[in-house]
Design a protein around this ligand. Structure first.
Ligand SMILES: NC(=O)c1ccc[n+]([C@@H]2O[C@H](COP(=O)([O-])OP(=O)(O)OC[C@H]3O[C@@H](n4cnc5c(N)ncnc54)[C@H](O)[C@@H]3O)[C@@H](O)[C@H]2O)c1
Length: 438
């Protein structure tokens, strides 16, 4: 059980998010400890820093793996704050067991990824990368063979989420016809409302397209990994229902493990996919200094970039500002937004200050919520307002109560004990924090 700090005091920062983050945190009274990018490869060193510093928050990007050992290293850790979208580097079940929340920034880098994808799409369609390579060898390769306009071509967007939607909108501006494949009802509704054509299957999305762009999340909507969702069979159907001289392009700026690179390679060698732009790989190095074995290095029709979809001068400070805002809401009010446990939901109260906030991460075992309400009542405190969200997929709930007086240490202990007794779950309360909102 974690008794957390009143307001947060210390943060550990890994993987070099934008430096403006440090100042935003200092303004909130949180002292940042920023480790150099290379420290990420030295897990022992990071654990040692967490043990010694007992940080309240861990800020990171998409590489450093968060597991039980990391969560146990700081008993004060309240949340992992992801300065990115992808959460697949975090063991979310372990975080739920430890009562540590995980929040990300689902919006700030979407535009950067979408613009890169459009740039690559034009570059591939017009064979700009080949022309540039030839130019370096003093070759004048002026011809129109295999060079295409995007206008009038069909683009299939696989995964019509934040980024997929932006790519579709930009591509529409170039006169492309948009198809999409997404299993989420809301994504389908949005796509249809925007006038785009939904595909019933992935095979249809490949068959009917001149260009396929992949924008799936790491997991599907039931929390199952999307690993190997795209297969050679799909690649080999690209543009089968399109005219013979279709450009047949494939782009992936989502996740590297959505297919096996060997399967894409085979489809390229057999001519089913004519050219590809790949930003993400199943095995990515932890830093610039590590060696990288590019699986496509020998293929002249594959353009690779080192996972730089979101790496722009604009996106990185935007992410720092957004995640600092998320931190502030959590730190000052106990309000949680952008938690990967309950995407697109805000869990918090809007009571008028001053009041005391009591925030609890607890198991969703029957009786735990009642134990919490009873303990507040028995303590003689008045519950002005509360907000509660069950997260059944991870067996936890997050609860924020605005109360008119703080519970004493003994009363908080009683709350924890009461929850254990009523629910029969030894770990009924995972994390508890009480602080004044002024
Ligand atoms: N290259 C980069 O630098 C970079 C930067 C940011 C994000 N990303 C990656 O881009 C991807 C998209 O990000 P986003 O913010 O748009 O995510 P998102 O969650 O907004 O959208 C993902 C969409 O995929 C759909 N989906 C998931 N699994 C599916 C399946 N099996 N079949 C059909 N549809 C499915 C979801 O319903 C959702 O609409 C993610 O993988 C993210 O990690 C890469």
């Amino acid at each position: 059980m974690r008794f957390l700090n009143d307001h947060f005091r210390r943060a550990l920062i890994l993987e070099n998010p934008h430096p403006s983050l440090d100042e935003y945190l200092r303004e909130q009274g949180i002292e940042p400890e920023r480790l150099p990018e290379t420290a990420t490869q030295d897990v022992g060193f990071v654990l040692e820093r967490l043990r010694e510093g007992q940080h309240d928050l861990l800020f990171k990007r998409s590489r450093f793996e968060v597991d039980d050992a990391v969560l146990e290293a700081s008993q004060k850790l309240a949340a992992v704050m992801l300065c990115c979208i992808g959460d697949d580097s975090v063991d979310k079940d372990a975080c739920a067991r430890h009562g540590v929340l995980v929040m990300n920034d689902p919006v700030s880098n979407g535009r950067s990824v979408a613009e890169m994808v459009m740039g690559e799409m034009i570059g591939l369609a017009r064979r700009l990368f080949h022309a540039n390579e030839a130019g370096r060898q003093h070759l004048w390769t002026k011809d129109s063979l295999g060079r295409y306009e995007l206008k009038g071509k069909v683009l299939s967007v696989i995964g019509l989420g934040n980024i997929g939607k932006q790519v579709a909108q930009l591509a529409e501006g170039f006169g492309m016809h948009i198809r999409f494949f997404d299993t989420a009802e809301v994504a389908r509704e949005v796509g249809v409302a925007l006038g785009w054509t939904p595909c019933k299957t992935l095979a249809e999305a490949f068959r009917e397209a001149d260009v396929v762009s992949l924008h799936l999340s790491a997991e599907d909507n039931r929390g199952q990994s999307n690993r190997d969702t795209i297969t050679y069979e799909l690649f080999s159907q690209l543009a089968q229902a399109r005219p013979d001289n279709s450009p047949r392009l494939f782009l992936n700026a989502a996740r590297g493990f959505l297919y096996d690179p060997d399967e894409l390679q085979r489809a390229i060698e057999e001519g089913h996919v004519r050219a590809a732009a790949i930003d993400v790989f199943p095995d990515e190095p932890g830093s610039k200094k590590e060696e990288w074995n590019n699986p496509y290095a020998h293929l002249t029709d594959v353009v690779t970039t080192p996972h730089i979809g979101a790496a722009t001068e604009e996106a990185q400070p935007r992410i720092a500002a957004h995640i600092a805002g998320t931190t502030r809401l959590f730190n000052v009010y106990g309000t949680v937004r952008d938690t990967v446990f309950a995407p697109r939901q805000v869990i918090g109260v809007d009571a008028e200050a001053p009041y005391w906030a009591l925030t609890v991460v607890h198991s969703d075992a029957r009786g735990t919520k009642k134990a919490l309400s009873d303990a507040i009542y028995e303590a003689g405190a008045n519950n002005i307002q509360s907000s509660h969200r069950d997260i059944p997929k991870y067996g936890i709930a997050y609860d924020v109560s605005a109360i008119d007086r703080p519970l004493s240490e003994a009363q908080l202990g009683d709350l924890v004990e009461r929850a254990r007794r009523i629910s029969g779950d030894e770990a009924a309360v995972r994390a508890l924090r009480q602080f004044e909102v002024r």
